[in-house]
Design a protein around this ligand. Structure first.
Ligand code: C2E
Ligand code: CA
Ligand code: CA
Ligand code: CA
Length: 278
């Protein structure tokens, strides 16, 4: 047993070293990624349940590193957050999202809202509001062309978050609470945060067809949101059946592989021209 324990110890430290090593590699290459133009913004359609039209596009960042290959955002965003690189990356995402939305408008596509994931770190950026105003102005977009998605985080300074969000609300931006239902105190936040939309987390939406508990959670969130005059986006809609159930529940918006995977800007334009123009 003793031998065994030692082996396991070696195994764990080796695994830990490997993880640390990978982390350091990511961090090192991440520092250069912006100036080397290695990021690309992808977009995933958000569909209005009643009209079946695309009303929004969520921006999802992609990193194609020549050294590390494609690194998924779940791997590098947390590192970007710890190192404050997220401030520059987040600003790039805002510029790029607005640039694409303007491009689509110029192509004559029906107007959509582009949605940007904001890291809670960006709440500490005292220039955030100013930056967004400038980006909208220079991009030539109105305030209803941009929306913000936030996730609650344990390390967040709630007071700071609320005051930043209120500033963004005053600007006229809509704010959605992402991954709703998975956090530690979602309901408490709802009381204080100026939230317009709830995005029901994928883990509840997936299996809505087969899992009655998921179905009742989703249905309950939709009724609660309606009572609070908020709108609901269901994410992770992968099947026709899930979509049918969400229609029955009168969920406002849907998003997921059933409608579209995240696409590059050109492909997103194509999708909109197929779906949104009769
Ligand atoms: P999220 O904001 O919750 O984004 C939804 C994720 O689910 C995306 O993964 C999307 O590709 C994936 N997804 C969408 N529909 C389906 C579906 O039907 N089935 C399944 N299985 N997955 C689906 P992605 O693009 O890998 O992003 C992961 C996370 O990384 C995002 O989660 C978000 O938290 C973060 N992220 C992505 N882009 C940005 C960004 O520009 N800024 C910040 N701060 N975070 C970002
Ligand atoms: Ca999101
Ligand atoms: Ca989400
Ligand atoms: Ca997430």
């Amino acid at each position: 047993a003793k031998e065994n324990g030692r082996d396991q110890f070696h195994f764990y430290t080796a695994a830990l070293h490997e993880r640390l090593d990978q982390r350091l590699k990511i961090e090192k290459h991440l520092r250069k990624a912006l100036e080397r133009n290695e990021f690309e913004l992808f977009f995933q359609a958000i569909v209005d349940t009643r009209t079946d039209r695309i009303v929004g596009m969520e921006s999802l960042i992609r990193w194609n590193s020549p050294d590390l290959g494609r690194v998924p955002p779940n791997q590098f965003i947390p590192i970007a957050e710890e190192t404050n690189l997220i401030l520059d990356i987040g600003e790039w995402v805002l510029w790029e999202a607005c640039r694409w939305n303007k491009t689509w408008q110029k192509q004559g596509l029906p107007p959509v809202t582009v949605t940007v994931n904001l890291s809670s770190r960006q709440f500490y950026d005292h220039k955030l509001k100013e930056t967004i105003v400038r980006i909208l102005e220079i991009s030539g977009l109105t305030k209803d062309s941009l929306e913000i998605e936030i996730t609650e985080s344990m390390t967040m300074d709630v007071g700071r978050a609320i005051s930043t969000l209120k500033e963004l609300k005053q600007l006229g931006l809509q704010i959605a609470m992402d991954d709703f239902g998975t956090g530690y105190s979602s309901l408490a936040y709802l009381k204080e945060f100026p939230i317009d939309k709830l995005k029901i987390d994928q883990s509840f939406v997936k299996g809505i067809e087969t899992n009655p508990i998921n179905a009742s959670i989703v249905n309950t969130i939709i009724s609660m949101a309606r009572n609070m005059r908020m709108k609901v986006i269901a994410e992770g809609v992968e099947t026709e059946e899930a979509q049918r159930i969400l229609k029955e529940y009168d969920c406002h918006y849907m998003q997921g592989y059933y409608f579209s995977r995240p696409l590059c800007g050109e492909e997103a334009a194509q999708l909109m021209s197929i779906r949104n123009i009769d």
